[in-house]
Design a protein around this ligand. Structure first.
Ligand SMILES: Nc1ncnc2c1ncn2[C@@H]1O[C@H](COP(=O)(O)OP(=O)(O)O)[C@@H](O)[C@H]1O
Ligand code: SF4
Ligand SMILES: [Mg+2]
Length: 354
């Protein structure tokens, strides 16, 4: 197993708003290893972008960050802002969500890439423009188009420009936030294969933020599933897809076109006042009585696999109850089958009485 390039330890990120304190990330601990692609998935509003931006300290002044974010041997959260600037782009690159809003509309694409070389590497104008042209070619855009402005590019091409910006300084870690949002299926595949290909070729690491479980399953080595500000499941991508252990991951899987196309029941909760106990309990078809009262820990029973669910905790002995077949997903209103129910009850008693 490769050593971690980034370790996040017990990270809490909150925003003070007029509606109260939004706890966007709570108790996040995870590692991204050298040469690894980690997929971070979850519904809109669960805190994925906040986590990506927290790593580079790109959140607004209203954000409060606690915990540790260690890149190689440096704790990024304690670095003075001046030193932090050297890490942005050079050590950790980022492709922010929504390229048309991120790119400067009055600067040509080539100029926006060239500025990175001028600022970080002190290159002269000509040399920086040449390097920018090379980056454009690398991402499949003719260098002649470097003089064009963002509005002259299609969505897929703009995303390619973002890839060129994110990878311009050959960072050790790339954070790609929803790099395929709004793209058609063919373009989506081209873009993710381009990014993953370049990241793998450089032996860099990547945090791939997406709400698309299928995409993460195709590209990532491991997947972390996020729900209401918390990591609720993490493990090898193939295992998360083939054998989800958390009911939310299972519901996400069922929402895929080839796996039932059923939307996840209910609505994502407010992060100002999230549900008590397990945050997924109001939407969970397997909830036990204790689920609304006790908050489950993120625990591992197998190497590299962690789950935040009482069923998994008990599932070592009640495996079948925790994993209904993909074809028999219960709806929010339906109850688990009699057998499952008695197994769960049994498991519940075993755990809650000890
Ligand atoms: N700058 C901010 N100020 C206040 N609340 C914010 C800010 N940024 C994000 N949030 C809130 O944090 C929560 C998580 O948002 P976000 O990280 O963007 O989720 P995701 O990327 O998973 O869609 C949301 O409730 C969002 O409204
Ligand atoms: S802890 Fe309970 S409510 Fe939460 S996911 Fe597991 S079974 Fe469902
Ligand atoms: Mg987001």
């Amino acid at each position: 197993m490769n050593p971690p390039i980034l370790s996040i330890e017990d990270l809490n990120v909150s925003f003070k708003t007029s509606k109260g304190i939004v706890r966007a990330n709570e108790g996040i601990s995870l590692e991204i290893r050298e040469g690894e692609i980690l997929g971070l998935i979850g519904e809109t509003g669960c805190g994925k972008t906040t986590l990506g931006k927290a790593i580079l300290r790109l959140l607004s002044g209203k954000a409060k960050l606690e915990g540790k974010i260690v890149y190689r041997d440096t704790d990024l959260l304690t670095l003075p802002e001046k030193e932090m600037r050297c890490f942005r782009g050079k050590e950790i690159g980022i492709m922010l969500q929504n390229p048309s809003a991120c790119l400067n509309p009055v600067l040509s694409a080539g100029r926006q890439i060239a500025e990175i070389y001028r600022y970080h590497e002190g290159m002269g104008k000509k040399e920086a423009e040449k390097k920018a042209g090379e980056m454009l070619e690398l991402v499949g855009i003719s260098s002649f188009r470097g003089c064009e402005y963002p509005h002259q590019f299609s969505g897929g091409m703009l995303q390619r420009v973002m890839v060129a910006i994110g990878l311009a300084l050959r960072p050790g870690l790339l954070i790609a936030d929803e790099p395929t949002k709004g793209l058609d299926t063919d373009t989506k595949l081209q873009i993710v294969e381009l990014i993953a290909g370049l990241v793998r070729k450089e032996n860099s690491s990547m945090l791939l933020i997406t709400h698309d479980l299928e995409l993460a399953g195709r590209l990532a080595d491991r997947i972390a599933v996020m729900y209401a500000g918390e990591i609720i499941e993490i493990g090898k991508a193939a295992e998360i897809i083939s054998n989800p252990k958390h009911p939310y991951t299972l519901d996400l899987l069922h929402s895929l076109p080839g796996k039932g196309f059923r939307t996840v029941p209910g609505q994502p909760p407010s992060l100002v006042s999230p549900p008590s106990g397990c945050r997924y309990h109001p939407r969970c078809s397997f909830r036990l009585e204790a689920c609304s009262q006790v908050h489950p820990e993120l625990l591992g029973f197998e190497s590299e696999r962690l789950t935040r669910c009482f069923l998994s905790e008990m599932g070592r002995i009640k495996e079948t109850a925790a994993q209904p077949s993909l074809n028999s997903q219960p709806s929010l209103n339906s109850q688990p089958s009699l057998n499952s129910q008695s197994a769960l009850k049994c498991a519940e008693e075993e755990t809650w009485h000890c």
